[in-house]
Design a protein around this ligand. Sequence first.
Ligand code: 5AD
Ligand code: FES
Length: 360
Amino acid sequence: MSIAHLLSKNFLEKEDLLQLLAAEGDDYEQLLKRALEVKLSVLDNKVHLRGLIELSNICRKSCLYCGVRSDNRKVERYALTDDEVLECARLAHQLGYGSVAIQSGERNDREFTDRITRLVTRIKEIDGGSLGITLSLGEQSEEVYRQWFEAGAHRYLLRIESSTEELYYKIHPRDERHDFHKRLECIDTLLRLGYQTGTGVMVGLPFQTLDNLADDLLFFRSKDVAMVGMGPYIPHPDTPLYQFANQIPAPDERMRLTLKMIAILRLMMPEINMVAATANETVDPMGREKAIQAGANVIMPNLTPNAYREDYLIYPDKACVNDKPEQCRSCLDLRMKAIHHEVLYNAWGDSVAFTKKKRE
Ligand code: 5AD
Ligand code: FES
């Protein structure tokens, strides 16, 4: 099928996705151009912000790709204090970021989960609840998800990492802590509880095929999620998956594949929120701009106190590790203006897809 025909289809089937994922040269350019047009017509040129707070790198899991996996003894473990977290949230508010995203290694103990409830409640007290709160704290029980929702968190990110069970177990240990079906259930629970639910995958993993990536896109659509985050996989030398680093596509190819995923998903789900992941910037200095121009509409500037950032290296050479939040703000403004986009301040930036669904 010609690219023009494919790009004008209302409903993309798996074979269409496979053809688009393989697009090269002029076809590739046209795919990205069409995705940008669709985004601008549906969501305008606005970019939403989520101030990212990396609460702690203490993690019970040991994902084979992740630099802060519990089996990596080289990492110094930290946890921000309540005051530090609240300070970050206040800073987010001062800078006009409408929302914060709290991310952490996974812990399921009561001390941790109650602490999050307390923190969400206290962040909600800032300026009469003006900050939106996204949580990204891994797999939890329904009870815990409910407790956090009732405290005021309204968005949750839990990447599926791969929607193909076979690939999932190639990048995670096969044990009771890493259970593909449990992860799927968590996504269903979050959706059922009423969270604006986000998921996502890494692109360019060892063993990952275009077929797997097409299934990931179909998975996002079948779950009707409100947000998706996708970024290139970046091999971390202190992880088991690093031994396959010579089998993955080169960084520019991983970047292009990520951009294709973003662009295709924008065509499939025009109204969702899509994050321009920091990992994009690690493989390409213009990576975040490129992701925005391929259809993403959310950026997560880091608010974690600089002293801790070196310890939250899920992958090496993370971008902006040494930037101060204030610098980040003006830098982002300029960078978005340069590509004719505008950062939206003082707004929650809910996904249009989610808001519409709620009204129905
Ligand atoms: N490269 C890219 N992304 C990674 N993540 C974890 N390790 C890596 C890596 N080496 C992503 C996972 C996880 C999110 C917090 O970071 O998708 O969900
Ligand atoms: Fe699972 Fe870090 S250990 S993503």
